[in-house]
Write a protein that binds this ligand. Structure first.
Ligand code: C2E
Ligand code: CA
Ligand code: CA
Length: 908
């Protein structure tokens, strides 16, 4: 079983999170596979992902299976290494020789796999090549394979970003559904309440009346037949005659509970009134159970003169039905109350508060939960509509009142409003109030309205969070691209109306990637947050700083009075960002490049202004040090050409379409050729031969110089190895190559693969190399020198032109720049040359005059003490085959005399 990486758990979790395993083939991954197979001329290329027990092929070319067990996989080893794992002949490698994939005739012999390393450092799998024949695999090919692997990783990172975006969307949908669910719950509760209210509908009563008369001088009452019937006496139904019923008979039929009531009514009427009204029960006739209810009206008839009570006349109504309904009503009201209570209970145990508003009086019944929802004890506040309106947030009041009015006027079926209510502690809590008018008078004026309050603060918070997330960068909390564009749009609207000028600054961090790569993702995040803080601290009120993504920030300066204010702000931002920062004990310094566009001068529409600031940023980044640049017309075209060139250069590197030319160096003491300088050329299919001045700077900015320089070194050493043993080869090494690790390894590899002895190799460096990180570079130069390699200081007299650099390192040779040679007649130039020669001679260095074109220069530099010359006077840089012709002349000893004749030193 192959060993497991130390972070296996984390690695597998990251792989699972990507949700890429067992997904369908995707064209961009397949394309990388087939490119790799074609480029390296191998039958099989794969993108593998190492799962816990297996390796699975995300893309494949030249093979049908989807994967193998992890146990026998080469890639499981490849993900353990930082570099490409190359197995040139698997039968010779103890790790793989006995694998079932290797044993057997046509099985795997060759394997090369570049690990797929995410920005977080997680190794998912490999981009790998497989062949059934043993093969060699050069370092350069390894680098090419790594470049392709980086493309795969870029696609995977894209895939990850897509998944993250989908997750955010899911979260948004989930919260939406939560809201819907709570509204649904409210609706069901509300409907229940109204059904119960329907039971309140009253039945109408109807009754026929009975009449009777009682003279006080008799103890019988004369009753009409209806009245007798009501009292439970069966008269002849057809009879219209009065029926006499004795008081005793009557009293016997009255419900014992009600008799005193009736008697009291009589007594009271006899004493001080003329009429009375009483309701009492009388027993139903024999055979039928229960009582019927009578409503009895009585009037006392008195003597006209004496006022003595003579008799009572009365009228009875059978109100049994009404009384029953009334009982039912009481019952139903009781039930309603109960169900209301039950509902309140149910709702209170949830999160809803109930209210029942008597619109006419303004009185409101609030449920206990209504109070506790806002931090009050039940009943603590006055049960009045003004209480809840008074607690409503002033900003929400107007809308709440408008929605109530709308419902009152019948323009909405339900009243619903979201508003903030002030709690006892003084904070506001969000509620959803919903309600409905349940009774109105004949004119339709609302009498009563009931409803609920639901606490929606959680939903509001999550809505707020979502909208915050949608508008802010999660990491730094700065406004994001959306908000940024809104502000820009707004400000430019004013600018277009002639209100002042504004500036847009695009900021890109320098060296951020290397912090991320070396210290890891969390450190990178911490750095971004710190930078965000520093930027925010340096802007004024009304200005906006946003993070647009990655290490890209942008700033809107709303009011610009003078352009130099913008430059000084840009400089202060550069200074602030450039302060060292502490990332978990490691002090790190990053820089920032800034591109600036002014509105309206450089554009008054957001897209244009942004594009121009971004172009300026691109130019600022291209400068050696962190800097700011203002947009200038014409930048677009220049940058487009550069981008095109960069693209073509990448292709040319992959295809190996660069060439080396060689220019001889001539020793002045005997006019013999002592070596050559290797100078790169790019034979371009449409633009012809491109000189290095046109592409080296771009290669340096983009970092492509590293692979290009490595190729130059190998190529030059390989070529020089075939020359006579006394000839040296000088190769130019750019400052960028010193900043990246691997230069020494490269030199060693070029020497060993070509077989060139180290003392024949000269590395030409410029002063700029020493300016950057002098101590580290000098240590590196010393190590190279200890290998036997010679070091030359190139282009002396340009750039820093400081004699002090000459003393910092014992160079083997110093090359005086062509510009000095050109002005050699100027006594000042000549003096400097002589000074250089003086210092050089102290440590035994040779001094080469570059760009010698004329016999006069040739003589003059000799007089000033130069030991060697290089220039068109001797020869232009030559392609490899012409160099070989020239070397033929050298070996035939023809060259010196031919040269001397050519320049007129000897007469023909
Ligand atoms: P350099 O190292 O100073 O190379 C000398 C340049 O002077 C070469 O230009 C050469 O063609 C030119 N030159 C030589 N004699 C004369 C002369 O008599 N008159 C004039 N006018 N020019 C002469 P070239 O080949 O265009 O290279 C330009 C620069 O590109 C080089 O300057 C070097 O800095 C860089 N370069 C070339 N090849 C490489 C390379 O492989 N790696 C790196 N890093 N830089 C390279
Ligand atoms: Ca040079
Ligand atoms: Ca030079």
């Amino acid at each position: 079983m192959p060993p497991l990486p130390p972070n296996e758990g984390e690695r597998l979790a990251a792989l699972r999170d990507l949700r890429i395993l067992d997904t369908a083939p995707e064209a961009h991954f397949d394309a990388v596979c087939s490119t790799a197979a074609a480029l390296f001329n191998v039958p099989v290329a794969l993108i593998t992902l190492i799962d816990s027990e297996r390796q699975w092929f995300k893309a494949k070319c030249g093979i049908a299976v989807d994967g193998t067990s992890r146990e026998i996989s080469f890639c499981a080893y490849a993900i353990l290494s930082d570099d490409v794992l190359v197995v040139e002949n698997a039968t010779m490698d103890p790790r793989f020789a006995y694998s079932p994939l290797v044993m057997g005739k046509n099985a795997i012999r060759f394997y090369a796999g570049a690990p797929l390393v995410l920005r977080s450092g997680i190794r998912l799998g490999t981009l790998c090549l497989v062949d059934t024949k043993p093969r060699r695999f050069s370092k350069l090919q390894g680098t090419q394979l790594e470049s392709l692997a980086q493309i795969v990783v870029a696609h995977i990172e894209l895939h990850r970003a897509r998944i993250a975006a989908e997750a955010t969307l899911d979260e948004r949908i989930r919260s939406e559904m939560l809201t819907r669910a709570s509204e649904e719950r409210y609706r069901t509760a509300h409907e229940k309440l109204e059904q119960t209210a329907d039971l309140l509908r009253l039945a109408q009563e109807a009754a026929g009346a009975g009449i009777w008369q009682w003279s006080f001088d008799e103890d019988v009452v004369q009753n009409s037949p209806e009245s007798a019937l009501m009292l439970g006496f069966h008269g002849e139904s057809s009879s219209t005659n009065w029926i006499d019923i004795s008081i005793a008979e009557w009293a016997a039929r009255v419900h014992p509970e009600d008799l005193p009531l009736v008697q009291a009514a009589h007594t009271a009427a006899l004493r001080d009134g003329t009429t009375y009204k009483v309701e009492y029960r009388v027993r139903r006739p024999e055979g039928s159970a229960g009582y019927r209810w009578l409503m009895s009206f009585g009037r006392i008839i008195r003597h006209e003169v004496t006022g003595k009570a003579l008799r009572i006349v009365g009228l009875d109504l059978d109100v049994t039905e009404r009384r029953t309904t009334q009982d039912a009503l009481i019952q139903s009201e009781k039930r309603l109350r109960m169900s209301k209570e039950r509902l309140a209970l149910a709702l209170d145990s949830g999160s809803d508060g109930l209210w029942d508003w008597n619109v006419t009086t303004g009185q409101v019944w609030y449920s206990d939960r209504w109070y506790t929802m806002f931090g009050y004890e039940p009943g603590e506040l006055e049960a009045h509509i003004d209480t809840s309106l008074g607690l409503t947030h002033p900003d929400d009041l107007k809308q709440t009142l408008a929605l109530i009015a709308e419902h009152f006027e019948g323009r909405s079926a339900v009243y619903a409003s979201e508003r903030r209510i002030r709690t006892k502690s003084g904070d506001y809590t969000w509620v959803l109030s919903r309600g409905r008018v349940v009774s109105r008078d004949e004119q339709g004026v609302p009498l009563r309205m009931v409803g609920t309050n639901i606490d929606i603060s959680e939903r509001k918070a999550s809505e707020h969070h979502i909208s915050y997330m949608a508008r802010h960068d999660a990491l730094t909390g700065l406004p994001n691209r959306t908000v940024f564009y809104e502000h820009l749009e707004q400000r430019l609207l004013d600018v277009r109306r002639g209100r002042g000028q504004a500036a847009l600054l695009c900021l890109g961090l320098d060296r951020f990637k290397s912090v991320n790569d070396t210290l890891g993702h969390p450190a990178g995040d911490q750095l971004l947050c710190e930078i965000a803080t520093r930027l925010s601290a340096n802007i004024c009120d009304g200005d906006v700083v946003a993070r647009l993504g990655g290490d890209e920030f942008a700033l809107i300066i709303s009011h610009v009075d003078h352009v130099h204010h913008v430059s000084s702000l840009a400089q202060s931002l550069i200074d602030a960002v450039g302060q060292p920062l502490d990332l978990g004990g490691v002090l790190v310094t990053v820089g920032v490049s800034i591109g600036i566009a002014l509105a309206p001068a450089d554009g008054d529409m957001p897209e244009i202004l942004y594009k121009n600031a971004d172009l300026a940023l691109f130019r600022a980044k291209a400068a050696v040090r962190t800097s700011y640049r203002f947009y200038e017309a014409g930048m677009d075209a220049a940058i487009e050409t550069r981008m095109q060139l960069e693209l073509e250069m990448r292709e040319a590197i992959l295809c190996g379409s660069f060439a080396m030319h060689y220019q001889p160096v001539l020793r002045l003491s005997d006019h013999r050729i002592v070596g050559f300088e290797a100078l790169m050329r790019w034979p371009h299919p449409t633009r012809g031969m491109i000189a290095p001045g046109a592409f080296i700077p771009l290669a340096e900015e983009t970092g492509l110089i590293v692979s290009l320089g490595s190729w130059a070194l190998h190529e030059a050493c390989r070529e020089a190895a075939s020359w006579p043993g006394h000839l040296r080869i000088a190769v130019n090494v750019s400052a960028v190559q010193f900043q990246q690790p691997g230069l020494e390894d490269n030199v060693i590899s070029a020497l060993t693969t070509s077989g060139l002895p180290p003392h024949r190799l000269v590395l030409e460096i410029t002063e700029s190399v020493l300016v950057q990180d002098a101590e580290a570079v000098i240590a590196c130069l010393r190590r190279l020198k200890s290998l036997g390699v010679r070091i030359a200081l190139d282009d002396f007299g340009t750039g820093y032109s400081s004699l002090s650099y000459l003393r910092r390192f014992p160079f083997d040779s110093i090359k005086i720049d062509r510009s000095f040679v050109n002005e050699i007649d100027d006594p000042a130039a000549a003096a400097i040359v002589r000074a250089v020669v003086g210092i050089a001679s102290q440590f035994g260095a040779t001094v080469t005059a570059e760009g010698v074109e004329t016999r006069h220069q040739f003589e003059q530099v000799g007089l000033d003490g130069c030991t060697d010359i290089q220039g068109y006077l001797v020869s232009r840089p030559l392609p490899a085959d012409e160099t070989t012709d020239l070397l033929e002349e050298v070996s035939l000893n023809d060259f010196v005399s031919k040269f001397q004749k050519r320049i007129g030193l000897i007469q023909v």
